[in-house]
Design a protein around this ligand. Structure first.
Ligand code: HEC
Ligand code: HEC
Length: 456
């Protein structure tokens, strides 16, 4: 479904262009970046991309490695992907995330579904307004420690610098730089990879876009009516193509981030939330901002339990019960209180009565927003895992002549590693004769598994 531009070109043309460009490159030392065109699901607007970090195939490939690389944490035990796992729509399955040194984060790891469209990153931080800025938080955060790189940046960069594959990939992604191993470049590459995490291949989307009239079950269809009704009000906060009000895209007249209190707590009867999770209040100190959080996307919910900023609701059934009651009542313990009476709660969370049948319909609708392709797409997967077969550039478990030509281009040094990572299973930054032979074998005899791959 997501096709990188290069795959549309003819192999011979590609080889010829490569041969022509190579001497020019050698003369001037410049290497053109291969622009990456996001292939968006029908009906999705174009995300905004900062002008100083245009998407390129090289940056995205590098960013993917960095996202999965534990060498980017202080004690080398964790990567972004430890808390943002693809199979869980890039969450971690925990109520609260746990950092590389064992510190517990007050909040739950968020899904990275369609994060390219977010106006503000995080549960309640209007100041984190770009993916580039956000990357620095897990890298350097000290309260709590996540990747724990503060004071250990140089060590980490030395680890990357000595890696042969990274030597090639950083140079490809950031040509013209004498030392491309910089924090700024790490940030740009990871943010570029994150922008490709687009999810929109769901029964709901196929139905609404007129691609398949039978994609949505009748149950889910009626659930959708409930979701978009003034009785349940869900759509006010979880509206639009990404089921969250906080989105931006190209051509959007003004960006809006909305933070809402949905009545999870009311500790002292005057609206308090637990002290480590006061929401927008933590930044603004405005009393009415107590307990206001970003309404997250409702895509891929089947993979992202438990729910809410602190993972305090285990199932979708309980989430619906929470809204039906107009807020949550906690009967005992330090956080006891009737959330439905929280004075800062949004007027849209009023409560409603659902029959059991209607509840099942609403659940079916929410599940129609699941995108199984997103959580299995090999392009988003861990690149340190062994490839199914050498030179299978598009990870479809077959090697074509096209792909082999690309591997040859890589071996000759005329095409970037980024266009065919599986052509270099050893991670030495190029395609050796041995690896080429494995590619030929995979072309003739099918995939045999990739020997030689080891995680650093
Ligand atoms: C220790 C676990 C952990 C690690 C490691 C981690 N994250 Fe997160 N991530 C979280 C948590 C928790 C949040 C919610 C933070 C908040 O708002 O309080 C989050 C939020 C985010 C968001 C905001 C998503 C949204 O919809 O607003 C992005 C983007 C993100 N992380 C990217 C990354 C990247 C990139 C890395 C690696 C550089 C990374 N994370 C490493 C736990 C983690
Ligand atoms: C007033 C705005 C508002 C309305 C109306 C609303 N929500 Fe929410 N929703 C939120 C906010 C804010 C959060 C996050 C709250 C938090 O973590 O403290 C949330 C969280 C959720 C979550 C958890 C998502 C996750 O990834 O953790 C689900 C599921 C959800 N809402 C479903 C619904 C449904 C279904 C309805 C309609 C019955 C609804 N919401 C109505 C604002 C709203």
């Amino acid at each position: 479904m997501r096709v990188i531009g290069i795959e549309k070109r003819r192999p011979l043309y590609f080889l010829l262009v490569g041969l022509l460009v190579y001497p020019v490159q050698a003369l001037y030392g410049t290497e053109a970046q291969m622009p990456y065109v996001l292939e968006l699901p029908t009906g999705f607007p174009k995300p905004k991309v900062p002008p100083d970090n245009a998407l390129s195939i090289e940056k995205i490939a590098l960013g993917r490695f960095l996202f999965y690389d534990r060498r980017l944490s202080g004690n080398q035990s964790q990567a972004c992907a430890s808390c943002h796992q693809q199979a869980l729509a890039f969450t971690d399955g925990r109520a609260r995330a746990v950092g590389s040194t064992g510190e517990v984060h007050p909040r739950s790891a968020m899904s990275l579904t369609n994060v390219a469209y977010a106006t503000a990153l995080g549960w309640a931080n209007p100041l984190l307004d770009s993916l580039e800025r956000q990357v620095l938080v897990p890298l350097f955060n000290e309260r709590p420690v996540e990747l724990g790189l503060t004071g250990k940046e140089e060590e980490a960069f030395d680890r990357l610098r000595t890696d042969l594959r990274y030597q090639r990939m950083f140079a490809e992604a950031f040509p013209d730089q004498r030392d491309p191993f910089t924090l700024g470049n790490v940030v740009k590459a990871i943010a570029s990879f994150e922008r490709t995490l687009i999810s929109g291949n769901t029964p709901y989307d196929r139905y609404v876009q007129g691609l398949d009239d039978h994609a949505l079950s009748e149950e889910a269809f009626f659930g959708g009516r409930l979701f978009f009704s003034e009785r349940l009000e869900c759509f006010h906060c979880h509206g639009g193509f990404n089921f969250t009000a906080s989105v931006t895209h190209e051509g959007n007249p003004f960006d809006e981030t909305s933070f809402q209190n949905n009545g999870l707590y009311n500790i002292d009867g005057r609206g308090s939330y637990p002290p480590d999770n006061t929401g927008l209040f933590e930044i603004t100190h405005i009393p009415s901002d107590m307990g206001r959080f970003k309404a997250p996307t409702l895509r891929n919910l089947s993979y992202t339990a438990p729910y809410m900023h602190d993972g305090s609701i285990a199932t979708l059934e309980e989430v619906i019960d929470h809204y039906a009651a107009g807020g949550r009542t906690i009967h005992s313990g330090p956080y006891a209180g009737d959330g439905s009476k929280n004075p800062y709660k949004s007027n849209f969370v009023r409560g409603f009565v659902l029959t059991e049948e209607e509840k099942q319909q609403l659940l079916a609708f929410l599940r129609s927003l699941d995108d199984p392709e997103f959580v299995t797409n090999p392009r988003f997967s861990d690149p340190f895992e062994p490839w199914a077969c050498v030179a299978d550039c598009n990870y479809d478990r077959t090697v074509t002549v096209d792909e082999l030509v690309r591997a040859v281009g890589l071996a000759l040094g005329i095409s970037p590693l980024a266009v065919c990572l599986p052509a270099d299973p050893s991670g030495e930054g190029d395609s050796t004769i041995d690896e080429l032979l494995q590619g030929v074998q995979a072309l003739l005899a099918g995939c045999q598994g990739t020997p030689g791959m080891t995680r650093p």
